[in-house]
Ligand binder design. Structure first.
Ligand SMILES: CC(C)(COP(=O)(O)OP(=O)(O)OC[C@H]1O[C@@H](n2cnc3c(N)ncnc32)[C@H](O)[C@@H]1OP(=O)(O)O)[C@@H](O)C(=O)NCCC(=O)NCCS
Length: 325
């Protein structure tokens, strides 16, 4: 079995890659819909961050694949992201380790100092990463809100319980220029939950993030609670292109000085109220919650979100990764 770089994959290689993804998904579906070939192709060829790809190949097929996402410019402080998939029948033969070693070379070549991986709790990925220098830095609870199961009137009641002194503003897509700096400031307030993100938020990064969503063809909705011209709290939901009923919760944050006034649940209720009119096809909203973020968990549970799965974010220093031989 050879480890090969696939930096410019052919259509046939993208198909073979998809076969590996499908085989891994079938063995461990984790409640998510099976990936479509177009999604795999989009992931490998689509725009967004720079990618490096490797595969373990032999007998005319791929046994394992690895994708390394390199956000920002070479040498950026932000960690890269690694995802390795080995066909179930080819596991425990060192393929995962060899692909990780190849990715480590790629990380060094790009001047990166660390890498993260997001994996499901209770799967082989946990002992694999822990035996290769990774440490768990975050626990994320995947939660789902089924809108049909919400008691009638709950959204209207929460929306009516407006914290005094705030007003709601909402927009679709990129933030209007007059609010861009205010949004960057409150996004920085989330940094205490995701220290590894490193890069500070400014108006340009806020716009860039929204533009990446738009380029994919997805729709970003934002609801913010204003205190004068400052954003005290906000919430974002993305409705994917060709939405099959499931939207994704993106960021929600309340600035530290405005916490404890039920602003988080208010902006989320306002979002549900808006989506019901604007995007009635949305039946479910999924979200990831940082495991120790008890306030956000409580808000989501009050809204009706239920825990579906637990994922873990692992991080390693590039110096701790295996060497390529
Ligand atoms: C996680 C995964 C990539 C490991 O691939 P692999 O080729 O089986 O891993 P390797 O054979 O290189 O294992 C190297 C070491 O990791 C550890 N390890 C890997 N799988 C393990 C398991 N199921 N239980 C315990 N330890 C394990 C062992 O220390 C192993 O060394 P050993 O076999 O000599 O004991 C594979 O199980 C997989 O594709 N899982 C599904 C996708 C996924 O979750 N990917 C993780 C994203 S980074």
């Amino acid at each position: 079995m050879d480890v090969i770089a696939l930096d410019d994959p052919t259509a046939a290689q993208v198909r073979q890659w998809h076969d590996v993804v499908t085989a891994v998904h079938a063995a461990d579906p984790a409640g998510e819909p099976a990936p479509e070939p177009e999604q795999t192709a989009e992931r490998l060829l689509g725009c967004g961050s720079r990618l490096r790809l490797w595969a373990a190949a032999g007998d005319g097929r791929l046994a394992a694949v690895a994708v390394l996402r390199l956000p920002g410019e070479p040498g950026a402080v932000r960690p890269a992201e690694i995802d390795i998939k080995v066909r179930p029948e080819d596991r425990r033969r060192g393929l995962g380790r060899r692909l990780l070693a190849a990715a480590a070379e790629g990380l060094r070549a790009d001047g990166r100092s660390s890498v993260i991986a997001q994996v499901l709790a209770g799967t082989p990925a946990v002992p694999f990463l822990e035996s290769h220098g990774f440490e768990c830095v975050l626990t994320l609870r995947g939660m789902l809100l089924r809108l049909d199961e919400m008691p009638p009137g709950r959204v209207a009641r929460l929306l009516a319980e407006a914290p005094p002194g705030y007003r709601l503003v909402r927009w679709q897509g990129v933030v209007p220029d007059e609010h861009a700096s205010a949004l960057a400031r409150v996004k920085t307030a989330m940094a205490d939950l995701a220290e590894y993100e490193g890069t500070p938020w400014d108006a340009d990064r806020v716009r860039e993030t929204a533009e990446v969503v738009a380029k994919r063809g997805d729709d970003l909705y934002t609801v913010a609670a204003f205190d004068g011209s400052a954003i005290a709290g906000f919430t974002e939901v993305v409705v994917p292109l060709g939405c099959a009923g499931r939207a994704a919760q993106y960021d929600t944050a309340v600035a530290p000085e405005h916490r404890g006034r039920r602003l988080g649940i208010w902006v989320k209720a306002a979002m549900l109220d808006w989506l019901a009119i604007e995007r009635p096809e949305v039946r479910e909203i999924e979200t990831d919650n940082v495991g120790d973020n008890t306030h956000m968990l409580a808000v989501n549970e009050e809204l009706g979100f239920r825990v579906e799965r637990e994922s873990l974010e692992y991080q390693a220093a590039v110096t701790a990764l295996p060497a390529f031989r």
